[in-house]
Design a protein around this ligand. Sequence first.
Ligand code: ADP
Ligand code: MG
Length: 385
Amino acid sequence: MIEFEQVGKVYPDGTAAVDDLSFEVEEGELVTLVGPSGCGKTTTMMMVNRLIEPTSGRILVDGQDISGIDPVKLRRGIGYVIQQVGLFPHRTVLDNTATVPALVGWKKARARERAAELLDLVGLDPGTYGSRYPAQLSGGQRQRVGVARALAADPPVLLMDEPFGAVDPVVRERLQNEFLKLQATVRKTVLLVTHDIEEAVRMGDRIAVYGQGCIEQFDTPAAVLGTPATPYVAEFVGADRGLKRLSVTRIETDDLEQPPVARLDETAGTVAGRLHTEGARWAVVLRQDGGLHGWVAADSLQGASGTVGPQARRMEAWVPVGAPLKQAFSEMLQHDAGWVAVLDGDRFLGVLTPAKLHEALRRSVDADAHGLARDEVEFKSISDV
Ligand code: ADP
Ligand code: MG
């Protein structure tokens, strides 16, 4: 979808920002460009929408050499999100979001309708936030508006330059997750620039690790972390890359533990008996429809009459099977829980405990023939992360 063919850029003052860049971003793929400040990421990105012209090589978008496409027309098909967001301060959130559709000639009503849809999509209720001005939003909310605006005209390509850089780490992680969910539905071809390897690994289908003006490695997050191509990349991804693998190792059914399971409508006595026989101190509690309700302690069932329901506690920590270990970890932390339920749709598959999580991490590392030695994997306790 986006192809760089031996692209170079020398600025008029002689600065060679990038040299001989060749890579391709597939349709629907999210590629992160990561590297230290000044290595040429923004230059790379701005050449795609022709805000900067290359001095050598060529760039194709959807098979067409963009040097032959009118820049204004080109940009209609390319959403652009930048760190400073660049919202118009005197326009409402709704009008900001409707900017591009309005520019490309949509009728006002339709543009606003589309803007409301998009705000909803990025988690901002248009009824509440649509009429506010940018100054009346938090940093994270402004960033969401930036994303909504970039998506408003439904461009097939999205360029994002440090899009989550201006918000604090907690909000950043939430925005990243939200964007990933969004991307799973809209499937844009995305180039995302960041200087944060953590973000690159978490967001990218593939990562381009930049050295000075060139790409040192272009590969999947697991490959970049597991088998850094050069000493530079190894240093850049950092000594704690074992931990970062949490972000790229997915939960498999084999990783799960199978604690006893009870249903809300079973009688307390039956379940207490079962737990006693199995020597278990607690059970996962499911609703009548099989969905997760929470858990119940064996102690609390002793002598209880009626169903399990009144003794059961709610437990909201769950992740879908296939989610990265890191997501399970962060659920555990958020809910202060010793385990998380793993679901396939609504179906309960088992639970992931810190011990199992550790095992899964080791499995991932061991599976990597050239990867890390076991003792290089840093994994201490939940509180260390
Ligand atoms: P990054 O986004 O990775 O921080 P940039 O692409 O912004 O890097 O910059 C790459 C290099 O090009 C840097 O050395 C920067 O100083 C230089 N540069 C960027 N813009 C210009 C410009 N307009 N004129 C001259 N040099 C520039
Ligand atoms: Mg930059």
